[in-house]
Design a protein around this ligand. Structure first.
Ligand code: ADP
Length: 505
């Protein structure tokens, strides 16, 4: 009886491998960091070969460390940093350029030109996205434009494009003519080239970005056997023959790992930034607040479920700012001890618009502001204002999502580094007027990838069985009365108003 699923979590700074058992519990994990390359200001690259080697090493390490026999692994599931773009030579398997990372801003000019050409409405209608350098399309175009001979070679069918899931699956399944060249629906939905309703590449967008169709991977469900680990993959000899049975973008993986299976179910990840994702069911919704409409997962060919997604640029990073730049706390956990010494922020509001404001304001000229300070303001009030500003920003997104989806949020599942803060979680429940559910297993991203792969090979029967694996660690219920909540939120919006449009372009 095979007892484990191996999840490969290929993130922005490290590659991890985690073994899960049938109860959805983590049995063992291994992790390797890799180098970030910043060739110019605003440019971010990774070496795809280094990513691959780190990932293979993490997988080999976790098998070694756990003592689990490789034959006991029923399947491998992948979750990955999204949008990051790789182009490689089909014959040699060598990338023709470094991977251009989602954070990289080098293609902002390409995107501005397309906005000027009036392509934005079309992009939103077909892909659910906004035109931005964040997504893969302009990164592919850049490599084809800048690497000598690349576009011609792509047209000749010599080059392959992929997001990181594509790159890993192709290499794990042999890295040759016979290897699987696929992209799962969720990753495809972040390329800005994919029609999320038809589940097919969009010809008009391929033309707009001058991308030859010959280099595109085949779109596939997030849960399906794409191939098997080929013999001779460096370090993974023991895993040869194991089915590679799922791939999914990291935020979508977390939504699945949190068992947010019904329309209206939502999760928020409190990391450096925040990612709020709400399941919208079989229907993709176009946001009136410039939130993204994206594929949540596809469990069968030609079928997908959808989600609305909103992100916050600065969340946990504000805590780091308090620690590293203001020196008010020595460690991140200390913020909670300090904040608990006061009942509220004493009327202080912090708007952390360090790099402008994202959804639903979209103001790149906004800058940070602190308001309501009096002679009685202490560092404890400031600590509290930092935690509260994270919750207020999530509230902004939730309100926008409720309007777009027509669904009132009653429950929010949480994960990520800052979700361990009880002060923050309680204030989040108070200001949203809903219940916050913090799971025992906060490895939701890796768990989501494991679940999707496990479903494909029958390791788990269905979503119901997976739902039963999801266990609450703690529920935070709203303890704030409505007038207090409304007044607090009204003051937050006033504070945001003061921060908006601060610098002159
Ligand atoms: P990422 O994946 O974006 O790197 P993580 O999910 O690891 O982020 O979360 C890291 C963030 O969590 C940091 O910004 C840090 O400020 C915050 N954090 C870590 N521990 C605590 C804590 N005990 N209380 C509040 N915030 C915390």
């Amino acid at each position: 009886m095979q007892s484990y699923i191996l999840a490969l979590d290929q993130g922005t700074t490290s590659s991890r491998a985690i073994l899960f058992n049938h109860a959805g519990a983590r049995v063992a994990s291994a992790q390797h960091e890799f180098r970030q390359h910043y060739p110019r200001p605003g440019w971010v690259e990774h070496d795809p070969m280094e990513i691959l080697r780190c990932q293979e090493r993490a997988a080999a390490d976790v098998i070694e460390k756990s003592g689990v026999q490789a034959q006991m692994v029923a399947a491998i599931g992948i979750t990955n940093q999204r949008e990051t773009t790789v182009i490689w030579d089909k014959r040699t398997g060598k990338p023709i350029y470094n991977a251009i990372v989602w954070q990289c801003r080098r293609t902002a000019g390409i995107c501005e030109a397309l906005i000027k050409d009036g392509l934005e409405a079309y992009v939103s209608e077909k892909t659910g996205l906004l035109i931005d350098a964040y997504f893969s399309a302009s990164k592919v175009k850049w490599i084809l434009d800048e690497v000598p001979g690349a576009r011609q070679r792509a047209m000749n069918g010599e080059l392959l494009f992929g997001t990181i899931d594509t790159w890993l699956v192709w290499n794990l399944t042999g890295g040759n003519e016979a290897a699987a060249h696929v992209i799962d629906y969720t990753n495809a939905s972040r390329t800005m080239l994919f029609d999320i309703d038809k589940l097919a590449w969009d010809e008009t967008l391929l033309k707009a970005f001058c991308i030859p169709p010959a280099m595109l991977p085949q779109p596939v469900p997030s849960s399906a056997v794409y191939g098997r680990v080929a013999p001779g993959v460096a370090g993974l000899e023991k895993l040869a023959g194991v089915p590679v049975a799922g791939a999914v973008g990291d935020q979508q993986a977390a939504l699945f790992g949190q068992a947010c299976f019904r329309p209206g179910d939502a999760k928020n990840t409190y990391g450096t930034g925040c990612f709020l994702v709400m399941n919208t069911g079989a229907r993709s919704i176009r946001s009136r607040h410039r939130l993204l409409s994206t594929i949540a997962w596809g469990l069968a060919p030609g079928r997908a479920e959808y989600a609305l997604e909103g992100s916050i640029f600065n969340a946990g990073s504000v805590i780091q700012w308090l620690r590293d730049d203001l020196g008010i706390i020595q460690s991140a956990p200390e913020i909670n001890i300090l904040a608990e010494t006061v009942p509220d922020a004493g009327g202080v509001y912090l708007v952390p618009a360090f790099t402008g404001l994202g959804a639903p304001y979209w103001d790149m000229y906004a800058r940070g502001a602190m308001l309501g300070i009096t002679r009685g303001t202490t560092r404890a009030h400031l600590a509290r204002a930092v935690l509260e500003c994270i919750a207020y920003q999530v509230c902004d997104l939730v309100l926008a999502m409720q309007q777009d989806s027509g669904k009132r949020l009653q429950d929010l599942k949480v994960d990520g580094g800052a979700s361990v803060s009880n002060v923050l979680m309680q204030f989040q429940a108070d200001i949203l007027g809903c219940r916050i559910h913090r799971p025992q297993n906060v490895e939701t991203t890796a768990a989501g990838a494991a679940y999707l792969a496990g479903l494909a090979v029958g390791f788990w029967r269905d979503k119901e069985e997976i739902s039963r694996n999801w266990k609450n660690e703690r529920v935070f219920s709203c303890a704030m009365d409505e007038p207090t909540r409304n007044e607090a939120y009204r003051m937050w919006r006033r504070a945001v108003g003061r921060a908006q449009n601060w610098i002159t372009p």
